[in-house]
Design a protein around this ligand. Structure first.
Ligand SMILES: C[S@@+](CC[C@H](N)C(=O)[O-])C[C@H]1O[C@@H](n2cnc3c(N)ncnc32)[C@H](O)[C@@H]1O
Length: 374
């Protein structure tokens, strides 16, 4: 399916006749079978829909823009009738495009670990009854598919990390730009919030977390500062953590340090890399012969796991180097900037799934004493 994206920013200054002409153009594309997305500021989208008499979605127009959508569709090569697993449904952007591609003869099983994202995706995907959106961790893919009686899958997509919804609306501390509780769990019913670790874990453990999962050069200094600060006042909110980082990190390094520390905590509380290793190993095992696996990663620790697949027997890499988003996409969606896409084709049976799993797990670092804290 071919995608067309229209950004109302490119039509400034907006006028009624320009929006009407654009509306006619879009009608024509839709008639010709294109999938069209209209982007823009909420007030401009409202103006566009008013002028053209089309209803606006009742969810915010931009919960999350699917990254490298055309590339994902091209590499997955989903055909009408195909069975596809979207391991990370998120706001359902990739899922919706896949649903249109496979059509009612096909089937999409979409998972997300965050119950809130499942609710959003289910709502968006209601018009496609051949899509099932389930609250599940992709590390549990074998059980999920077994429960559904799915025997054959032709493609699997992993769009790792977090969605724009997490940063903008979840209220669980995924962003350091607003005061929010330091939770950072995708599924708040599982595991412990980040504040629990910050207020209890020994200093060497915190240091290792910041070093291993954030690649933060000031890991030791920060861990020591946290352990001293929590004696006086526990760290409960993003403001508490930001104030501490600001006190101990030179001003020109603060933004990067914040990003690394929050990434490290997110990986820790969600056991993110362990789950990715498990999810990828299961997906390869379960894919049919000639099935395709596409992985979008957003930082080097995730990409290391995606890259490791290229050494496996029975797997053909379709991307020599990771594919990066086009400049035009990055301009429209700056959050796509760090994305790397790797794609694989399964050429033969993966005989020893447990060996593949152990191999991928060997790429996941663990701070000493990790298990004692679980
Ligand atoms: C980048 S977003 C996906 C965005 C989606 N492709 C879209 O177009 O809207 C990643 C999603 O993966 C989910 N996620 C993270 N770890 C997961 C796991 N282990 N199992 C299932 N979902 C997971 C997150 O909750 C998040 O919603």
């Amino acid at each position: 399916m071919t995608l067309r994206e229209v950004n109302l920013e490119d039509f400034r200054p907006l006028s009624r006749w320009k929006l009407l002409a654009l509306g006619r153009q879009i009608q024509d594309w839709l008639r010709r079978g294109f999938q069209v997305t209209v982007l823009g500021r909420p007030q401009d989208l409202a103006y566009f829909s008013l002028v053209n008499g089309v209803p606006l979605d009742d969810e915010p127009a931009e919960i999350h823009r699917p990254v490298m959508l055309q590339e994902v569709l091209d590499f997955l090569q989903a055909r009408p009738g195909a069975v596809i697993v979207d391991a990370t449904a998120g706001a359902g952007g990739h899922t919706e495009a896949l649903a249109r591609t496979v059509g009612p003869e096909g089937r999409i099983i979409a998972l997300d670990r965050d119950p809130e994202m499942v609710r959003l995706a289910q709502k968006r995907l209601r018009p496609y009854p051949w899509v099932q959106v389930l609250h599940a961790d992709f590390a549990r893919l074998p059980e999920v598919l077994q429960d559904l009686g799915v025997q054959e899958i032709h493609g699997v997509l992993f769009d790792l990390g977090l969605s724009s919804y997490h940063l903008d609306q979840a209220g669980r501390g995924f962003t350091f730009r607003r005061p929010e509780p330091l939770d950072l769990r995708f599924d708040p019913s599982e595991g412990r919030p980040a504040s629990w670790y910050l207020n209890r874990a020994p200093q060497p453990f915190l240091e290792a977390v910041f070093r291993l999962y954030g690649e933060e050069p000031l890991a030791r200094r920060l861990a020591r500062a946290i352990v001293e600060a929590r004696e006086r006042h526990p760290l409960e909110t993003t403001d508490d953590l930001n104030a501490l980082i600001d006190r101990w990190v030179p001003v020109h390094r603060r933004a990067r340090t914040r990003a690394r520390v929050y990434q490290a905590l997110r990986i820790l509380v969600n056991r993110e890399l362990d789950r990715v290793a498990e999810g990828l190993a299961h997906a390869l095992n379960l894919l049919s012969r000639n099935g395709r696996l596409v992985v979008l990663s957003y930082h080097s620790l995730e990409d290391r796991l995606a890259k490791a697949l290229k050494h496996l027997e029975g797997v053909e890499p379709l991307t020599k180097k990771p594919v990066r988003p086009q400049e035009t996409e990055i301009r429209r969606n700056p959050r796509a900037r760090s994305a790397k896409l790797r794609a694989y084709r399964k050429t033969g049976a993966i005989d020893r799934g447990e060996v593949v799993l152990a191999y991928l797990r060997s790429f996941v670092p663990h701070p000493a004493g990790d298990l004692d804290l679980l």
